[in-house]
Design a protein around this ligand. Structure first.
Ligand SMILES: C[S@@+](CC[C@H](N)C(=O)[O-])C[C@H]1O[C@@H](n2cnc3c(N)ncnc32)[C@H](O)[C@@H]1O
Length: 213
């Protein structure tokens, strides 16, 4: 069955009639209801496209999400793990720009660094060091290839490192000043254990900067 072709003029006329019959307030609600979701969908599509272009431009693989079932599910860390999905690059830049301090004193640590997208961003700033902890060997290998490609293109100020390990086992006291970043990597159970580790590290070192979203 062919769809009837309805012109913009038709919708404008109907909208005008709605205003006359129900008032401006009701018309505004109607516009909100009908425009907000398409607008959100458009924003999401635009964000995905921008990240795909970023990957393409630099020869990277950071965009495709990977469910936990396709990773090392036999690892103890997998039971608390959230699937891989890269953070929005502009948001990470915005967070880092807000750290108005001498970054060269700080080690940047991404807990659950996946394919290393956040490390690629942090490496563009003048941190003392940039490291990411990733429990999945599959993702860690992809991250290493990404990081090496990015460094070769001369796009980093600080060489980034991906470490294949469970963030729950990490000893934070090795680093004095640190920026700790999390993009929804694991469930609350592990997050609480890691916060306990922080507290322990605070007893050994005095300064800590923590950033989460
Ligand atoms: C939502 S992704 C975020 C990836 C990256 N931080 C980013 O924002 O682009 C969460 C990542 O945390 C990893 N992860 C989950 N539990 C972990 C753990 N216990 N130790 C290390 N990595 C973990 C997952 O494998 C996944 O790659």
């Amino acid at each position: 069955m062919t769809k009837p072709i309805v012109s913009a003029k038709y919708y404008a006329a109907r909208f005008g009639q709605h205003i006359r019959e129900n008032g401006l307030r009701s018309a505004a609600v109607l516009v909100g209801k009908n425009l907000i979701w398409p607008y959100c969908g458009w924003l999401i599509r635009r964000r995905i496209q921008a990240h795909e272009q970023f990957d393409l431009k630099h020869g990277l693989d950071t965009q495709t999400p990977i469910p936990i079932r396709d990773l090392e599910i036999w690892e103890p860390a997998a039971q608390y793990a959230v699937h891989y999905e890269g953070a929005a690059i502009p948001l990470v830049h915005r967070i880092l720009r807000h750290l108005r301090t001498d970054l060269s004193r700080f080690t940047f640590i991404d807990l659950g660094s996946g394919k290393g997208r956040v490390l690629l961003v942090a490496a563009q700033y003048c941190f003392k060091s940039v490291i990411g902890l990733e429990f999945s060997k599959t993702l860690h290998d992809i991250a290493q290839a990404n990081l090496s490609n990015f460094v070769k293109q001369g796009l980093t100020q600080t060489p980034p490192t991906s470490i294949n390990m469970d963030a729950g086992e990490f000893d934070f006291s090795q680093f004095t000043d640190k920026v700790v970043f999390c993009n929804n990597p694991f469930t609350e159970t592990l997050a609480l254990r890691i916060l306990d580790n922080y507290e322990l590290s605070l007893q050994k070192t005095r300064r800590l900067v923590m950033k989460e979203y």
